[in-house]
Design a protein around this ligand. Structure first.
Ligand code: ATP
Ligand code: MG
Length: 139
């Protein structure tokens, strides 16, 4: 059975470009409930740990520099079939390929600064949520 939570981040460039409010509006209109949320800046080391699955990829160093370059919004979202439905709402990794009306189509600038992160499995949704939030921070 599909899990009912996913984890998201609004990435530094989308924060810098003033899109926090519009992105959160799309998330809520999309039927997701906010279970936890915080505004913080990752250190380079924390970004490397979060993205450790990508450590062999050529873009790992640049990605973790970018993700630690400024504040982000991190959140746990709840909805039935959350992981899959959220990836539909955000659109393809490369905003040039993202469907009309998706968050990445609307608010991303390029494949790296693609506005938001979304978990890719129920298991990773749990791991990523636990990376950022304690039990006391979830509602
Ligand atoms: P995310 O995990 O952030 O939700 P995703 O699952 O759509 O994105 P992944 O393949 O997991 O995509 O890549 C993680 C992140 O690495 C991407 O969101 C993007 O910021 C960056 N990235 C992916 N591919 C490239 C690339 N070819 N060049 C530069 N950065 C990339
Ligand atoms: Mg991913």
């Amino acid at each position: 059975m599909a899990g009912n939570i996913t984890f998201t981040m609004i990435k530094p460039k989308a924060v810098e470009n003033g899109h926090i409010g519009n992105i959160l509006a799309k998330v809520i209109e999309g039927g997701f409930k906010i279970k936890a949320m915080k505004y913080l800046r990752l250190t380079k080391e924390q970004a490397m740990e979060f993205y450790a699955v990508h450590k062999e990829r050529p873009f790992y160093d640049e990605l973790t520099d970018f993700m630690s370059s400024g504040p982000i919004v991190a959140a746990i979202l709840e909805k039935e079939n959350a992981v899959e439905d959220y990836r539909k709402l955000i659109g393809a990794t490369n905003p040039a390929e993202a469907a009309e009306g998706t968050i990445r189509k609307l608010y991303a600038t390029d494949i790296q600064a693609n506005a938001v992160h979304g978990s890719d499995s129920d298991e990773n949704a749990q791991i990523e949520s636990n990376f950022f939030f304690s039990k006391l921070e979830r509602f």
